[in-house]
Write a protein that binds this ligand. Structure first.
Ligand SMILES: NC(=O)c1ccc[n+]([C@@H]2O[C@H](COP(=O)([O-])OP(=O)(O)OC[C@H]3O[C@@H](n4cnc5c(N)ncnc54)[C@H](O)[C@@H]3O)[C@@H](O)[C@H]2O)c1
Length: 352
């Protein structure tokens, strides 16, 4: 049960569909949530995984999806991507609150159907776009939005990961179009598309190229994007799956504003550097590791992970952040990027 269980509130019974790599992360995050919760029933088609996950988190290994829906008020969908739409729509139809991993689906048409299902059934919904919550990302955003920085002019975003069909991820499904849908942009950098808009507002147009160095059908492993924001700012995103196995995953972001350059060197621990003009000369500051949380706290910014927001919305009513609708925006951008890459890099508008 959650470490921070309050005396009065009964724990919210939570279920898991899929008990792999990311399910472990969510289970440990739930254990640290302020709202009382209890992982009650879990299901994985891999029965060994299901049993060991259930034992570790004190839950019952369920014999079917339905058993999880029967016994739980909220479900975490942590299967490979091809199952997300079907399971999320089933959960919503059964009146279960639903937290679904990113990407929501293979494309924005399926993601829109998921948004429609949670709206119709009025269940609380959230998505695993967890990078909005890391102290390093929140610091980057605060510095970017500080009025003294001026307007955002340009963002340089590089995202690299060793292709996750090996190493600690060891997931063969990420090399299978039937289960993953696409490659590095959809599977990994859907986060980046969400972060770009979260940092600098709506993206109006994109142009892109893609490559297939690993020769896996339908699984692109290098994508370069030029994006133009409605504000007039621009961004370049370079994302790739390589074979440098000492580099599990890292994002580097440079935000050039009119009067400041803010650089993030790692999405979790920073450092975040800021260099800005001031009447008495340039100010340079570096914030990293534990300093990030204290820097945010001094500005009254609480860390709010999606798990907290999801459980709070179930308990108190209201909506959770980020929601399925937030994720749908990232899918619309991804669709426009693939369209561009399949059309010789022509520029395409991102539908509203
Ligand atoms: N938010 C993040 O930063 C983040 C990080 C990693 C993965 N993910 C996402 O999480 C999802 C899972 O990734 P993973 O790394 O945990 O993969 P994984 O291979 O470790 O785990 C997936 C599990 O789902 C199970 N499964 C498949 N179909 C099922 C079904 N119908 N019912 C029950 N179980 C089923 C598989 O047996 C497997 O154990 C993917 O969509 C991935 O994109 C998100």
């Amino acid at each position: 049960m959650s470490a921070a269980t309050t005396a009065s509130a009964a724990p919210i019974p939570v279920g898991f569909l899929g008990c792999g790599f990311i399910a472990e992360l969510h289970a440990s995050m739930l254990a640290g949530c302020r709202e009382a919760n209890q992982i009650t029933a879990v299901y994985d088609t891999d029965r060994e995984r299901c049993a060991s996950f259930a034992t570790k988190w004190g839950a019952a290994p369920a014999a079917s999806e339905d058993e999880v829906f029967d016994r739980c008020e909220a479900v975490f969908i942590c299967t490979w991507t091809s199952e997300h739409r079907r399971l999320a729509v089933r959960a919503a139809t059964r009146g279960r609150h639903v937290f679904c991993e990113k990407p929501l689906a293979f494309d924005s048409a399926d993601a829109a159907a998921m948004v429609e299902a949670v709206k119709r059934t009025q269940v609380v919904n959230s998505v695993g776009l967890v990078l909005r919550s890391t102290p390093a990302m929140r610091t980057l955003r605060e510095l970017t939005r500080d009025p003294s920085s001026g307007r955002v002019m340009s963002i340089v975003f590089r995202d690299d990961q060793y292709i996750p069909i090996q190493g600690m991820y060891a997931s063969d499904w990420r090399g299978d179009r039937e289960r993953a849908g696409r490659g590095v942009l959809l599977e990994h950098s859907i986060h980046d598309l969400d972060l770009l808009e979260w940092l600098a507002g709506p993206i109006a147009r994109v142009a892109a190229t893609q490559s297939f160095y690993h020769d896996i059908a339908g699984i692109e492993d290098a994508v370069a994007v030029v994006a133009q924001f409605e504000s007039g700012a621009n961004a370049t995103l370079s994302t790739l799956w390589h074979d440098v196995t000492s580099r599990p995953s890292q994002r580097r972001i440079e935000v050039f504003c009119e009067r400041a350059l803010i650089t993030l060197e790692d999405e979790w621990s920073g450092p975040v550097h800021v260099e800005r003009d001031a009447p008495a000369g340039a100010i340079r500051q570096t914030i990293q590791n534990d300093e990030l949380s204290s820097w945010l706290e001094r500005r009254g910014i609480q860390s709010d992970w999606p798990h907290d927001s999801f459980l709070r919305a179930i308990r108190e009513g209201g909506s959770a952040t980020p929601s399925f609708a937030d994720a749908l925006r990232a899918h619309r951008i991804a669709d426009a990027i693939y369209l561009s890459a399949e059309n010789d890099g022509r520029s395409f508008a991102v539908p509203k």
